[in-house]
Write a protein that binds this ligand. Structure first.
Ligand code: NAG
Length: 464
């Protein structure tokens, strides 16, 4: 147990202070009991030293079984008790132009939020916009977090007093703002997207909550790699929720401070999938633009290496161009699906592959994956270094060497984990919304540490 724990903590805790912190967690764990005779699971961050943060024990068992959640309020049939929620979230009442206004909704009276209990909930635009729609699902979840009849998961609840909050949530639909409002239309001098970002920064830095924390406990969503382009440098102390770190300097965003969230997949989830190894006739499937700039040259190289292979399918163009139906059929009838770095290290394709139970083969050296601190992707993905993938015959030899039994284990695991990548409202136990909130909750002890250090010399303001 110790080995595994140290390993896990070692990954997360590079700095001496965190090592000490990890040591505390490790010690307190070694006194705890472990579950039912199975191999003990690795602790993540346990922190009884910080009173207001909830002790987290999302663990992944070593046997590839379902992830378990400690606590009793998460059961689907039980009512959510806001007092026992893991994460208390204060949300700014930003004007509607930052969120539902971007969906064409106009507030009635002074309110800034739609009444999602009584009114029809404004739709988020479809197509590829949906890939980055985490902003919508997280906000809806918070808005509904105190409904009296709310059942099911209850990780995050909204609190109206920021002093009770673990984190401060900034409900700006930044990806939609980028996707829909980046054009400058005269006589406007700047795009709506740029204007909103500037306005947001001005708003944030003037808030009590920001002044108190320097922004360190603020959660800002910027899932589209180009969203928040103007504001990101000014908001660097925040916890960003991102798709990857490809377009961020490491000082602005990094795996210690920030959170990687999945894309919302475009193809439909393969329900009741009984399409096993022998039913999936294509060995390896790739769909994507082939000629890409930057790191994407590898796609072209791989195409030349693999194009003669009969059981390898390459199709070019976006999923939209080829039709979602085609790619759904293609992925469902393939054993392995290639994910090659494009303009940025991450892409939606990975999540389409997971939803299709097509074992992802990931060739992207800088990719970061959602919830990887509690999820072992090597159990259901194959990782190949770019330098290896470009060696003649390397990739196919590796993939052909994976036995039916091994593949089937990964396929079964895919079916177990797919729920962690599903977005929806109302959200379900351990779906992407809840997994992201849990990931935020796991950051809270580190945030508190930074806040307390930040406050050391602010001795005269007792309220701070
Ligand atoms: C999958 O199986 C369940 C239970 O048998 C059924 O209710 C559901 O309609 C099926 N879904 C599809 C897409 O066939």
């Amino acid at each position: 147990m110790a080995d595994r724990s140290i390993h896990v903590l070692g990954l997360r805790c590079r700095k001496p202070l965190f090592l000490f912190f990890g040591f505390v967690a490790l010690c307190s764990l070694s006194h705890g009991s472990t579950s039912s005779g199975s191999p003990p699971a690795a602790p993540i961050v346990g922190s009884s030293v910080l009173p207001s943060s909830k002790i987290l024990s999302v663990v992944e068992s070593t046997g590839g079984a379902e992830m378990e959640l400690a606590g009793h309020q998460d059961r689907q049939h039980e009512r959510c008790d806001p007092e026992r929620a893991r994460l208390k979230v204060f949300m700014y009442d930003l004007p509607a132009e930052f969120h539902f206004g971007l969906l064409g909704w106009t507030p009635k009276g002074d309110g800034v939020w739609p009444d999602i209990k009584e009114e029809k909930i404004p739709d988020y635009p479809g197509g590829l916009n949906l890939q980055h729609s985490i902003e919508y699902w997280l906000t809806l979840d918070l808005l509904s977090s105190r409904f009296g009849d709310r059942r099911g998961p209850c990780i995050a609840v909204r609190v109206m007093d920021s002093r009770e909050a673990d984190v401060v949530f900034v409900p700006f639909f930044s990806s939609l703002s980028y996707n829909r409002h980046s054009k400058v239309t005269p006589p406007m001098k700047e795009s709506t997207n740029k204007m909103l970002q500037n306005k947001l920064v001005q708003f944030l830095v003037s808030q009590e909550e920001w002044k108190r924390s320097g922004g360190r406990d603020h959660v800002v969503m910027a899932h589209h790699p180009n969203s928040m382009l103007d504001a990101r440098m000014k908001l660097w102390p925040c916890v960003f929720i991102l798709s990857d770190f490809g377009r961020y300097p490491p000082t602005i965003a990094n795996v210690e401070k920030d959170i990687i969230a999945p894309y919302k997949h475009v193809v439909r989830t393969f329900e009741n999938d009984s399409s096993g190894f022998d039913d999936r006739r294509t060995l390896l499937y790739f769909q994507g633009a082939i000629y890409r700039k930057d790191g994407g040259f590898i796609r072209q190289e791989l195409y030349y290496l693999l194009r003669e292979e009969k059981d390898v399918h390459f199709s070019f163009g976006s999923i939209q161009a080829n039709g979602i139906k085609d790619s759904t059929r293609g992925m469902r009838s393939s054993k392995f699906c290639l994910n090659i770095a494009g303009d940025t290290p991450s892409s939606n394709r990975l999540f389409d592959a997971i939803a299709s139970h097509c074992v992802p083969v990931i060739i992207s050296d800088d990719i970061e994956l959602p919830y990887e601190d509690i999820l072992d992707y090597s159990k259901f993905c194959v990782f190949v270094r770019t330098s290896d993938a470009l060696k003649k015959n390397f990739l196919l030899k590796l993939i052909r060497g994976i036995s039916k039994e091994e593949w089937t284990r990964m396929w079964e695991r895919l079916k177990e984990v797919e729920g962690y990548f599903e977005f929806g409202y109302p959200s379900q136990k351990n779906d992407a919304v809840q997994m992201i909130w849990q990931a935020v909750a796991r950051k809270v002890p580190e945030i508190k540490l930074k806040l307390h250090r930040h406050k050391r010399f602010s001795r005269f303001d007792v309220d701070r």
